[in-house]
Write a protein that binds this ligand. Sequence first.
Ligand code: ATP
Ligand code: MG
Length: 455
Amino acid sequence: MADHLIHLPRDVMQLIRALRGAGYSAHVVGGCVRDSLLGRTPGDWDLCTNARPEQMRRIFAGHQLILTGEKHGTVAVVLHGAPYEITTYRLDGDYTDHRRPDGVQFVEDLAQDLARRDFTINAMAYAPGTGLVDLYGGRADLAAGVVRCVGDPTARFAEDALRILRAVRFASQLSFTLELSTAAAALAQRDSVALVSAERIYTELDKLLAGPAAGPVLAQYGELLGGVLPEVLPCMNCTQPGPWHYYDVWRHTAATVGALDLRGQDARGTRTLRWAAFLHDLAKPLCRTVGPDGAAHFHGHNQRGARQARQILQRLRAPAYLIDGAASLIAVHDAPLPADDPAILRCLGRYGPVFLQRLCLLKYADLDAHAPNPRVAQRRADVQVFQRRMQTLAKTGCYSLAQLELRGVDIMNAGVRPGPQVGELLNKMLNAVMDGRLPNDNEALLAAVRREISK
Ligand code: ATP
Ligand code: MG
């Protein structure tokens, strides 16, 4: 992790030069420094400076500017179509509501600006010539894989409770652990995260679920989510004895998220599956009974879980496609899959191939988070058989009226008056095709319709 690993893009260099040329200091700061030192490509480059917004406006007068953040010290300069945020060194004012500073105060000193930042790994700055400015051991924490608050964690989480979720989110994205006093303070104050706006909570949870270490991080730090998702707490230590499981509900949930194989899924499918895996069993503690054989049963947890997932996602103001997509997957996640062609075709007609593909991926992840025994392996093989046949029939089969080689107008031309009978006949023909009693062929279907009418 040498300084020379920080390669500033040409546009960023230009911004720094312009600020320095006008007599100000300027650095890149935060996430882009962290990501560069990790050898990753930064998502965006944020700059900080002792120039005030009005001075930045003068320096960059010839450029397109975005001034929506000016009150907080941020001016975005658009270069080659991309906005670069430049923020005046500042202190955050008091946080009376645990979620946003009452005001900001501009300062001259980079060190003061770094002190207000959340974690040591996010509190480094860099500028050519100056090199890395690392006042809190951020580089050592990056090397050790540790998320540690800048300063006293209790005070920092009391200022802004969102940082508790951010800590877990960075652990998931970077495969890091939380430094012990940071983790302890986060746990002690987890309930205050409920004061943060739903949108910001959703964004952090969504990033957490998308991280490469989401599974292990959920297993280790799940309790920290209890302030915003109290539903997760009863899952911890909710045991599921019996031949199928070897994890409690929470560890099973975390393992399911970690086991998802999302290859081939688009952005919506990916997000929907991650949330569905995360929420799929949260109703189990509400449905738990123990049979005479000592095995735990969770009757009705599919449907109840779907309702609960819908409530949670609505509470978090998640997008509608995610609420519907995740809830409908959860509603059937544990239902048996059909094995014969007529039933698979009806399933395709009811749910569509996109949904069924997602369901298979959820089932694989769910099963991979079960005990590794032959019965579980058999269930996995059954899903595979279903998936292959479903994919074939989705391409070649007929499972909807739109695919049927017969139109309502054909039936009317054969002498049936417009009305409900047309639809009934179409459905009858579709059922016959799905059952394999008739080919999906216009002539054969018309002949069958004529036989029906003359009955
Ligand atoms: P990402 O890759 O997600 O953008 P990032 O580190 O850039 O990661 P941002 O949310 O864009 O995260 O914030 C930019 C920087 O601002 C952070 O690196 C951190 O220094 C500071 N920061 C952001 N949010 C907070 C917060 N809630 N409390 C303190 N500092 C924060
Ligand atoms: Mg950022």
